[in-house]
Unconditional design. Structure first.
Length: 404
């Protein structure tokens, strides 16, 4: 009887240990292959999407809907995420045993909505570098409607609060107010701007300093000191940029400050869109390399004339295969989307979105728009200039393109 009790305890302990080992093995992704009669290491694909409920295809086979885990044997797979009414997403990934690979793509609607934001008739629109403030220049037969307006992109949705306000009436500039010829630059904190107008001859320019946030009935002529102001602003902007770069791990800051032309930080400041001033190699910074990270091919030997995105979280650097326009930060030809994972690209005939690693380029909007202006609203819409009724309207207006 004594021995029977010992045997029972041993069996219970053995069963407990076996169950524990089984749970550990299962949790690490090992599964029994009935056909091969073996225990194989597998990987887990965590598939989500925004919006959720999209279909998941692995090598062309439907595997379920997003917001689920899929067990796969090690190998290379073509993953597709599809949802009716939305642009599809596709990527080829290679996974290894015991990996947990995650995908969480944004799916954008095939038919975006279009809603007017202004009814002023906009001659010219300019976005600040951060996109938080949009300046709208108008010209009307009614002097009260002529001037410079600010569209505050930090406010609540436009359906709740009208974010458009007049900041300078056209009469403040007298006869020099010619909005089509206006050249605008922002201070680093975007609270002030310099606006220049040319005379009819196109030779002489007059520059004014304007507060962007308040109504100014009078403006300050700073033509004689404009170079001093611009140089001070450039120096401050360089300091601000370097301050963010220095939060990255060494030796990245040294390479970036020396060789990069930073175009824009992502909204969460964890990624940088940039070009390079000279040929340089970006060293590997995080060692050992992180596993189960973005598998798009990296480019670390950098060439002038190319666009790149660096992700400090994964220490990955990707080439963005888009043409680099002159003064790219001012022409709005490429800019960050609000989620920090996508770039918005203005093309000649349409507006597209591309993943931050340069893959999955998809057209968002192919309707009419003015090529000189594009911005992203704080709630994820696109701001464009277009004239949908040219027979009755002389100038375009700002429209919000709903892509979420």
């Amino acid at each position: 009887m004594k021995y029977n009790g010992i045997i029972k305890r041993v069996l219970i302990v053995s069963l407990f240990i076996s169950a524990l080992v089984g749970l550990i093995v299962f949790g690490r992704g090992y599964r029994i292959n009935i056909e091969q009669k073996s225990l194989n290491a597998t990987a887990i694909l965590v598939a989500n999407s925004t919006p959720d409920g999209a279909k998941i295809f692995v090598n062309g086979q439907l595997k379920g809907a997003t917001d689920t885990n899929i067990f796969l044997v090690p190998g290379q797979y073509r993953i597709q995420i599809k949802k009716d009414g939305f642009t599809p997403w596709e990527k080829t990934i290679k996974i290894k045993g015991e990996w947990v690979a995650s995908i969480n793509p944004n799916l954008f609607p095939l038919n975006p909505s279009l809603s007017p934001v202004t009814t002023l008739g906009i001659v010219k629109a300019i976005a600040s570098p951060s996109g938080n403030k949009l300046l709208l220049l108008t010209e009307s037969d009614d002097p009260k409607k002529t001037g410079i307006y600010q569209l505050d992109n930090n406010r609540l949705p436009i359906s709740i609060i009208n974010p458009v306000k007049l900041i300078v009436p056209g009469t403040a500039f007298g006869s020099r107010y010619v909005p089509t010829d206006a050249i605008i630059s922002f201070s680093p904190d975007e609270k002030e701007m310099l606006i220049s107008f040319s005379l009819a001859s196109g030779i002489e320019k007059t520059t004014y300093l304007v507060n962007v946030d308040t109504l100014s009935e009078q403006v300050l002529d700073v033509t004689q000191s404009v170079d001093i102001i611009k140089n001070a602003w450039v120096a401050q902007q360089v300091k601000n940029t370097n301050k963010v770069i220095e939060t990255y791990k060494k030796p990245f800051p040294k390479v970036a400050i020396d060789a990069f032309n930073v175009i824009a930080f992502s909204p969460d400041e964890k990624k940088i869109l940039y070009s390079v001033k000279k040929t340089v190699s970006l060293p590997i910074i995080i060692r050992p390399r992180l596993i189960a990270t973005n598998q798009t091919e990296e480019i670390r030997d950098l060439l002038p004339g190319e666009l790149y995105v660096y992700d400090k979280t994964e220490d990955k650097n990707f080439r963005i295969g888009e043409p680099m326009a002159d003064n790219i930060s001012n022409t709005s030809s490429i800019l960050w989307y609000t989620d920090s994972n996508h770039l918005i690209v203005r093309q000649s005939d349409d507006i597209a979105v591309v993943d931050y690693d340069g893959t999955n380029k998809r057209v968002l909007y192919a309707g009419p728009f003015e090529e000189e202006f594009l911005s992203v609203s704080s709630d994820g819409k696109l701001y464009i200039l277009t004239n949908l009724n040219p027979q009755n309207n002389n100038f375009p207006d700002v429209y919000a393109v709903g892509i979420r």
